[in-house]
Design a protein around this ligand. Structure first.
Ligand code: ADP
Ligand code: MG
Length: 358
């Protein structure tokens, strides 16, 4: 196979037939720019995930795909999915990655379907890993721009891996306007919803706040069905912002044009009632309207929420739920567990303390 530098300086693309190096199995995901398959790396003898990105006319990759490759490579960390190869054949470009059999959306849905919820320590266990990955991504001057449960993969050992850098971009602190069409609506920060193109890394912390709340409350925090409903769903829970809580709010394009309904902020405590005092404090620091006052990933990692005494021997997981309920294993893909070459412990071996102490 021939290796060449492809369109962007940092990314080495191998030209050749994908089947020389990989076997392709079934499709496991589908998105805007391509499909994701489970596959097998013949050299490393490991199960992998392969994202096939469609080429546009003239055999060129859309700019977003180049961004995905570049940012993913730059973001490498224990809590970011590891990318292995970029292989281009005649029609497509394959991005191969380590395979993770679960994602947080599936775990939330399964847990709900068993009428169960996450233990407080599990919530911390996943949140702390998400923040570690995000803190690293941000230190590399990247904004992820699409954090949500289905983009958070979970390995057999319970390690959370941020994936899907399809929306990610390098962040520069210059006064640049970015696209407002980013972040899945339910996890989208108010500065994007209110057409403020000058957003930055704080938008990712808003998404983390929504995810932390979802894990604690076992429901989507702000499930808006349109942009305006999304805004009002946020305002209803947190109170309509004002110049006092968000300097510059009244100058935001949509606010200037619209007579915003005024909701009081008195309900906030009730919305997050299941959280401990420190959980409430952290989530409201993440869901702070003013992006300049919103907590950063690095600061959030120091928050007392993660130092609270509330130790579980081992976070209960989907496999525990299955054991308790005698449920059959049913996931998006089963074969990884049975594949002889996949290094998978038969039983989950992680301990909550391991992650929190790391
Ligand atoms: N490395 C991976 N291991 C296992 N599944 C993956 C992996 N990468 C992606 N997937 C699955 O494919 C889905 C879509 O991939 P993603 O990168 O999020 O692309 P998009 O959402 O842009 O289509 C994910 O939600 C996940 O279920
Ligand atoms: Mg995705």
């Amino acid at each position: 196979m021939e290796s060449k530098n492809f369109a962007c300086k940092t990314t080495n693309v191998i030209y050749g037939s994908i089947s020389e190096k990989y076997e392709i199995f079934e499709k496991i995901g589908e998105g805007a720019y391509g499909e994701v398959y489970r596959g097998f790396d013949k050299e490393r003898r490991r199960i992998v995930a392969m994202k096939r990105l469609k080429m546009s006319s003239g055999n060129r990759l859309p700019k977003v795909c180049l961004r995905e490759m570049e940012t993913l490579q730059k973001a490498q960390h224990k809590n970011v999915i590891a990318c292995r190869d970029f292989i281009q054949d005649e029609k497509s470009l394959y991005l191969t990655m380590d395979y993770a059999p679960y994602d947080l959306r599936t775990l939330i849905n399964r847990t709900l379907s068993y009428n169960m919820k996450f233990e407080p320590e599990e919530v911390k266990f996943y949140t702390v890993q998400l923040l570690r990955g995000l803190s690293h991504i941000h230190s590399q001057s990247i904004i992820h721009r699409d954090l949500k449960p289905s983009n958070l993969l979970i390995t057999h050992k319970g390690i959370l891996k941020i994936c899907d850098f399809g929306m990610a971009r390098n962040f520069s602190s210059t006064e640049k306007l970015y696209s407002p069409l980013v972040v899945t609506r339910w996890y989208r920060a108010p500065e994007i919803l209110l057409s403020y193109g000058k957003y930055g890394q704080p938008i990712d912390l808003w998404s983390v706040g929504c995810i932390l709340a979802e894990l604690s409350l076992m429901r989507v925090l702000f499930p808006g069905t349109s942009d305006i409903r999304q805004i009002y769903s946020i305002f209803e829970a947190l109170g309509t912002p004002s110049e006092a809580v968000w300097p510059g709010y009244s100058e935001l394009p949509i606010v200037r044009k619209t007579n915003m309904v005024q909701f009081p902020s008195s309900k906030v405590k009730a919305v997050f009632a299941p959280l401990t005092d420190s959980g409430y404090d952290l989530v409201t620091r993440m869901l702070t309207y003013d992006p300049n006052r919103r907590i950063t990933a690095k600061q959030a990692l120091q928050h007392t929420f993660f130092g609270e005494e509330n130790v579980l021997e081992k976070p209960s997981t989907e496999s525990d739920h299955r054991e308790k309920k005698k449920m059959p294993v049913k996931r998006k893909s089963e074969d990884a567990e049975s594949h002889p070459d996949e290094m998978v412990p038969k039983k989950r071996t992680w301990r909550r303390g391991d992650e929190l102490r790391m």
